[in-house]
Design a protein around this ligand. Sequence first.
Ligand code: ADP
Length: 447
Amino acid sequence: MLNENFSEGLMERLDWLIRLRWIAVIGVCFTIFFVAQVLKINLAIFPLYSVALFLLLYNFAIHKYLNYIKKKNLASLATITNRLANLQISLDLLSLASLIHFSGGIENPFIFYFIFHMIIASILLSRRASFLQASFATGLFILVVSLEYFNFLDHYRLKGFVVYDLHQNLIYILGVSFVFISTLYLAVYMATSISVRLRQKEKSLREANLLLEEKDRIKSEYVLRVSHDIKEHLSTIETCLEPVAQGLTGELNPRQNDLIQRAKERTEKLLFFVKALLEITRIKLSRQIEMVDFSLRKTIENAINFVETKANDKGISLSCNIASTIDTIKGAQIYIEETIANLLANSVKYTPKNGEVSIDLKDKGHSVLIKISDTGIGIPENEIGRIFEEFYRAKNARQTEREGTGLGLSIAKQVVERHKGKIWVESEGEGKGSKFFIILPKGLPKL
Ligand code: ADP
């Protein structure tokens, strides 16, 4: 049975092997050309280029087949990829043995390239399969050498490179074969020992990661329950305070009025904070967010409306520039609107009076690039990497605005990442304004 841990990631490694083989084909052709044309060593050009063509063709076929099975999502994918890895290595060994045969056999120093194949086998295959491939390579080597020795196969001597004919020198053959075969097995032994250890480490890291994710989920569920309860109580307190503050329960003296107003203000702030905490926890816990087609243009307009009054009060100019080709995208409209509104609200909040805030949308084909820039307080260089962390507020922001949860940007990050997008910030430093960027895919598969 296949080891599940081992077969995971094999597909990725097969892609890597295919890329490597394209390079190998170019390398083989270049070497044949260089050796024959520049070094003027006598080579069997036609058979050698034919092997290179064979390499090229089966690499193309495997590449196509791999793409096909990736799309099919077959249940037996692990078995198929494992067989495919074995087949590819065997074909590579066969090609190398043919190249060696047509270019001097045992006299060709490229025989040691078999070791690369053994290392690749140890990375891709199980230990047992790697040793089997080493035996296959040994078999091919012995076959070529002995068939040439007994004249069952032609020997293509590298005239201009080897002075003496070595393919029938028994002592030479035995010596080279001993070093060659022992090196092959030693290479497999060492490479598999390292890769088995690495695979075990990878497995334990993956398990530790799963455990952490599970703990994080339990913590989030706890936060969700607690903040939900707090929110309910706070809402009730707010509802009770409202008529008292409005004087509906009887006139208040100035002292009473002051105390009630302060209690109301604090309740509102706490409620705002708890709602943000609830929101980020909900997003984290929800496995699926419903994605629909919606107008991004309209959503941006709504977000701008949300901050317009605040911006006007501070004399901040708000400008918006949306590429004409941008309209409908697929996503969670409410979350996107909230995210943009949040970023714009931050820009207005952290920009002094009479400053500028702008939002630009560029069409990038499959995605949209959103840029929100302001001429505000900027972000200190040493804190720029932390502002997307939960509850983090930069020092200059805390000094400018006492109020703030430090949750807005982490919510924005969660939302954008759930849309398979990217969010980042650029600021030249304190007092030099900030630029927030979002890459939002126009359409995406259901999460
Ligand atoms: P807050 O409630 O503090 O605004 P956010 O999560 O929205 O929380 O932002 C986190 C921190 O990122 C802010 O405290 C501030 O330090 C920084 N920040 C966000 N937007 C801006 C901006 N437009 N200009 C300067 N600093 C900003």
